[in-house]
Ligand binder design. Structure first.
Ligand code: FAD
Length: 446
């Protein structure tokens, strides 16, 4: 079966992709399959262009929610937005939510996603109590900390490579209101962020900073910091309004270019409060602001976008952040959305989880071909020199060497991979490394 609907968010490599049913999942086809959630990964970690994708969304449902314990059980294809709609009226919220709620439960586990409260709660995997995992041998295995714990750890952050998560149970957190008491202020340079962030993170559940990536000189790294906590007087948490804005088709050129960005940044920075200002913000605007514009990724035009998300240690984070911003500037690149966050030291349960203690900078670039690729390679070098790592589920182009430096534990993951599963990302990174090490058995057949 062919489907045109399996794009990933970056839309760099668009094509019709073949799908299959979980009933077809068999050991006979090495590397022939990969589960697909809702395509909110940016690159090719959710694709297997030499095989078939399992569409996990159709028919997915929530099977149980206990408002006394806050424990929910659902099919892996259920969206986080659907979970929130059910549990919020009972005063519950996800312990960890990424920047979009249009993500499936299975995708959130498989990428072990993080939110604006990593410094407090770690990753999504920390909320996962158990799941059932279907392997190509036809066995459905219950995985938890106590049962098949090696598979449990390899599947959290395992990018779909261990098999199909069928159903999962997660813990939710009780909140006084889903709405957020936000304290926001602007800072005039990157020093303003790093000087404030320790105290901010010590006293708030959430924090995130928007950075004006085009600002130079004494204002380099200026931005707006938004800290928040669930409000105890936040009023009723309403479901998000249906998106009023939509980008129904891809314009022929990238509309998010240097000119439009410069104007946008000046306006956004200029309107932010100079001194900390506190107020109640509707939960959807705080956690998932971009969900209000359906298909905003199309604004990047037909060639799509690359996201570069790195993490690097705190010790030299200020210098590394400056180096990354200056490098993008030197290459004449404009990042439409630049976000800086702290990752805390709550350990991730996953074998291959991306977050680790330090700071994470996320940059979005329109795809301008080789020019962009050269700049992304230069950014990688800065990240490696700083002892950092690159996010695989935002990636479409990192080199095998960059992957190895970011995830030296990939060999353990390869040993846990279901032989019938493969992704384009894994094929162009881990498999290239594995072929250079013939002792890794599965590599020869994938
Ligand atoms: C606007 C926006 C903001 C974002 N903000 C954040 C953020 O703040 N933090 C963050 O961490 N991420 C963020 N992301 C990335 C996104 O949260 C992750 O990529 C997420 O995992 C995508 O989930 P998905 O359901 O779309 O899965 P897909 O992208 O379709 O797949 C993701 C991975 O999960 C695997 N998978 C999917 N379903 C299953 C299953 N049932 N069993 C086994 N494996 C499965 C796939 O094989 C693939 O490897 C953001 C993305 C966007 C577009």
């Amino acid at each position: 079966m062919e489907s045109p609907d399996f794009d990933s968010w970056g839309r760099v490599r668009r094509r019709a992709r073949a799908s299959a049913e979980p009933a077809d999942f068999r050991p006979g086809a090495p590397g022939g399959f990969l589960p697909f959630g809702n395509g909110r990964s940016y690159g090719d970690s959710c694709h297997n262009d030499q095989g078939h994708l399992f569409a996990m969304r159709p028919g997915a449902a929530i099977s149980a929610f206990d408002p006394d314990t806050g424990i929910l059980t659902a099919d892996a294809g259920v969206l986080l937005s659907e979970i929130l709609a059910l549990v919020m009226p009972h005063g519950f919220f996800l312990e960890v939510t990424p920047g979009t709620a249009q993500v499936t439960l299975g995708g959130a586990i498989a990428n072990d996603v993080h939110g604006k409260n990593h410094h407090r709660r770690g990753t999504f995997g920390g909320s996962v109590l158990r799941f059932s995992l279907l392997g190509s041998d036809g066995q459905s295995r219950l995985c938890s900390n106590d049962s098949n714990s090696d598979l449990f750890q390899a599947t959290i952050g395992g990018m779909g490579l261990t098999g199909i998560i069928e159903q999962a149970s997660i813990r939710l957190m009780k909140v006084p209101s889903a709405n957020v008491r936000q304290t926001a202020f602007r800072f005039g340079s990157i020093d303003g962020y790093f000087d404030a962030i320790d105290a901010i993170d010590a006293s708030h559940e959430y924090s995130v900073a928007w950075i004006d990536q085009l600002a130079r000189g004494g204002t380099l790294g200026r931005g707006v910091l938004m800290a928040g906590d669930h409000a105890d007087d936040g009023g009723p948490a309403k479901p998000p309004a249906a998106p009023k804005l939509a980008v129904p088709f891809s314009p022929p050129v990238n509309l998010l270019n240097r000119l439009t960005l410069k104007a946008f940044n000046a306006l956004y920075y200029g309107r932010a409060p100079k001194q900390p200002q506190t107020g109640i913000v509707p939960w959807a605007s705080y956690f998932h602001p971009l969900d209000a514009i359906t298909g905003w990724n199309r604004l990047y035009g037909p060639r799509g976008l690359f996201q570069h998300q790195s993490v690097y240690p705190s010790g030299n984070a200020r210098e590394t952040t400056i180096a990354l911003i200056e490098c993008a500037q030197k290459h004449g690149a404009a990042s439409f959305l630049t976000v800086l966050k702290r990752f805390g030291d709550v350990p991730s349960p996953g074998l291959m989880s991306f977050p680790r203690p330090g700071f994470t900078l996320t940059l979005d670039f329109a795809n301008s071909g080789d020019r962009t690729l050269r700049m992304l390679d230069a950014l990688d070098e800065i990240v490696i020199a700083a002892g950092g790592a690159l996010n695989p589920y935002k990636d479409q182009r990192m080199s095998p060497a960059m992957f190895e430096a970011s995830f030296p534990q990939w060999r353990e993951m390869e040993a846990m991979r279901d032989p019938a599963v493969m992704s384009d990302f894994w094929r162009r990174t881990a498999m290239v490394l594995a072929r250079a090490q013939p002792s890794l058995k599965q590599a020869a057949t994938a």
